[in-house]
Design a binder for this molecule. Structure first.
Ligand code: URA
Ligand code: CA
Length: 433
């Protein structure tokens, strides 16, 4: 096989065979195919697209390019959730204990990463003593015992994806639906998921800004999952404004605790119940989505979801008493209110800009080397559609520095107030089940 022929074949709009897709990914991973040929191929894919079968082949070739996590010693169907990323997205912290409390095994591999706030691991480290540096064996034991454990990213997962993503980044080929979908799905599958629930965000704070693109990505990922034997479901959810109220590490842990107690924000609660129902159903712990939802609602009401969170924290060295005393989480030195300059209805809270404001306070990393401040962040007091009186608080700002002029300015510039009544945005645009 010659790479030049395969580039030509794709350039001219023909479908590559499974053997050809495997040849490309293997050759690129082992270095026998040069970057310039891979770049030309990626550009051909960018213009011609990938068929459903090619996407499935690409995904599995990337899965096989590195280690695959073996979760076979964990009893039950391992369902993983993936979000395409948003602002103040506290769902992972809620979903883990919530679905584990009804018997779904959650074996979560999580990272830190860059962004408006830290990743799941950073957030959990806001709980004193909690750590994810555990051995694989202990990880598996903990999931079998408590149904929930989180381990830091390790091993050599999907090296082909890492290399290809870096190449796409500098050759203007990131934005190809087939390449994005295969990239995301390969990582979930290599991490050991038997079934996958996807939360594809849409709006200003999302990777996909339009509903049309979000829907195309969701469909492409669901097809891949189902074609490679991992049952997959997806929702398309709103990320025009941040999810819930809290954006920040310790602040989101507190928000997750509130939600597990049944006292969380309406949107975060609803999205968690929807995604959680899919997870419970796919794990075969309920025979319908309605039954799954009823079980989760019960787990919140009877306290078992919160108890699962406590046990999980303690099992990984954390102070479990934070679930009763969230004031034990790291606290910021300064608390400010952002007062509304006029009365009216909140009409816009631009998610990505609000996320950047949280990052300016130190809640997230701008570069890999940045230090993260677990205590700081924002809590929205109003969401789109709410009425606010002049002088009333729009946002509470938790800071460890006194001078927050730039943060306030950013917030004022990206929160709009209208004299006319504004309806609440749709939370879930579409469900692909
Ligand atoms: N996120 C990924 O993981 N891969 C892509 O290709 C794009 C976004
Ligand atoms: Ca939140």
């Amino acid at each position: 096989m010659r790479m030049v022929d395969l580039i030509e074949k794709k350039r001219d709009g023909h479908e590559l065979t499974t053997e050809e897709m495997t040849f490309i990914i293997q050759g690129f991973t082992d270095g026998s195919l040069p970057d310039y040929q891979m770049s030309a191929w990626a550009m051909a894919v960018y213009f011609q697209g990938l068929t459903e079968r090619e996407c499935a082949d690409l995904t599995m070739a990337m899965v096989q390019s590195g280690d695959q996590i073996d979760l076979s010693k964990i009893e039950g169907i391992k369902v993983d959730k993936h979000s395409t990323g948003g602002v103040g997205d506290t769902t992972t912290l809620v979903l883990g204990p919530l679905v584990a409390s009804v018997g779904v095994p959650v074996a979560k591999m999580s990272g830190r990463g860059l962004g408006h706030t830290g990743g799941t691991v950073d957030k959990l480290e806001a709980v004193a003593g909690f750590h994810v540096e555990i051995e694989n064996e202990q990880f598996i034991e903990l999931v079998n015992k408590n149904k929930l454990a989180v381990i830091g990213q390790s091993g050599n997962l999907t090296p082909a994806d890492k290399k290809l993503y870096a190449l796409r980044d500098v050759t203007a080929t990131v934005n190809s639906m087939g390449l994005i979908a295969s990239s995301i799905m390969s990582k979930k599958i290599a991490a050991g998921a038997d079934a996958i629930v996807l939360d594809v965000k849409t709006g200003a704070g999302a990777f996909m800004k339009t509903l049309e693109d979000s829907e195309a990505l969701a469909n492409a990922m669901v097809q891949i999952g189902n074609n490679v034997g991992r049952q997959t479901m997806a929702v398309i959810s709103d990320m025009s404004q941040p999810l819930g109220f809290a954006i920040g590490n310790a602040l989101e842990v507190k928000e997750a605790i509130d939600t597990l107690k049944g006292q969380g924000p309406e949107d975060l609660t609803e999205l968690s119940l929807t995604l959680g129902s899919y997870m419970v159903y796919l794990a075969k712990k309920a025979s319908s989505l309605d039954e799954a939802r009823a079980r989760l609602t019960q787990a919140i009401q009877d306290g078992s979801a919160l108890e699962t969170f406590r046990k999980f924290l303690i099992a990984q060295g954390g102070d479990g008493s934070v679930v009763d005393h969230p004031e034990k989480l790291p606290q910021a030195s300064f608390v400010y209110e952002l007062q509304a300059k006029e009365s009216g209805y909140v009409s816009e809270i631009v998610a990505d800009e609000i996320g950047t404001a949280a990052m300016l306070l130190g809640a997230g990393r701008a570069t890999k080397e940045s230090e993260i401040d677990l205590a700081v962040g924002l809590v929205l007091r109003k969401k789109i559609g709410d009425y606010v009186e002049q002088g009333e608080s729009l946002v509470t700002i938790y800071s460890n520095v006194e001078d927050i002029k730039a943060v306030k300015e950013k917030l004022y510039n990206h929160i709009s107030i209208s004299k006319e009544r504004v309806s609440k945005p749709t939370l879930i645009y579409k469900e692909i089940v």
